[in-house]
Design a protein around this ligand. Sequence first.
Ligand SMILES: *[C@@H]1O[C@H](CO)[C@@H](O)[C@H](O)[C@H]1NC(C)=O
Ligand SMILES: *[C@@H]1O[C@H](CO)[C@@H](O)[C@H](O)[C@H]1NC(C)=O
Length: 191
Amino acid sequence: MKTFGIFSFLSWMAATATAGYSGIPDGYSLGNVTWVGNITAGGPEVTFTGASFPEIEAQIRQANPNFAWPEHDVSSADKAMLVDHLSCDLPQFYYAVRDKVIDGIDYLRGKTGQCHMDAGPYVCSRISCSYDSAIFWCNDNDTPLTIDCGLWSEYAQNILDECQTDDASEHIKGQQFNVDNWNIIVGYSKC
Ligand SMILES: *[C@@H]1O[C@H](CO)[C@@H](O)[C@H](O)[C@H]1NC(C)=O
Ligand SMILES: *[C@@H]1O[C@H](CO)[C@@H](O)[C@H](O)[C@H]1NC(C)=O
């Protein structure tokens, strides 16, 4: 735990600076995410809505306790074509803890189905969050949005690969945009 001192200090700073922080910066709002997919072989497709993906997964498992995520790969062609710019400089957001972001990416990886969010702009759903380290999916369009849920982990992985600091603090934040005006944000959020 040689980084404990630095990390504690950062946590303290974050806690102090973010007293009363609702989870996302001014100008953004938190919305629900709606998932459409098959929970039994061959369908029919069902729809669940929740404030986070774990909430949706709980509803899926309640409806079908034997549910398992199928094998699923987003093709590399899809990934490459759809990715727009990435920014590691996100002044409105505080840093997340790298290891917790890795856990979040592992959790989101391989999720199949179609994910839907209401019209934005700057509406985000906190698709994963642990130890105040969040992954958000944000819609900057003024129209509703539906995407392949499997893209979330790919975008968050890009942020992890490009934005993690090389120093001992092991913190990270960043935003990966898609050409269709939505994005994934990794950053601090009270959860
Ligand atoms: C999210 O869904 C819940 C439960 O359906 C609902 O009460 C809440 O108003 C929704 N929030 C938004 C921002 O739409
Ligand atoms: C659900 O299963 C049907 C039949 O196999 C398939 O056509 C459809 O694409 C699946 N839906 C989703 C959202 O994966």
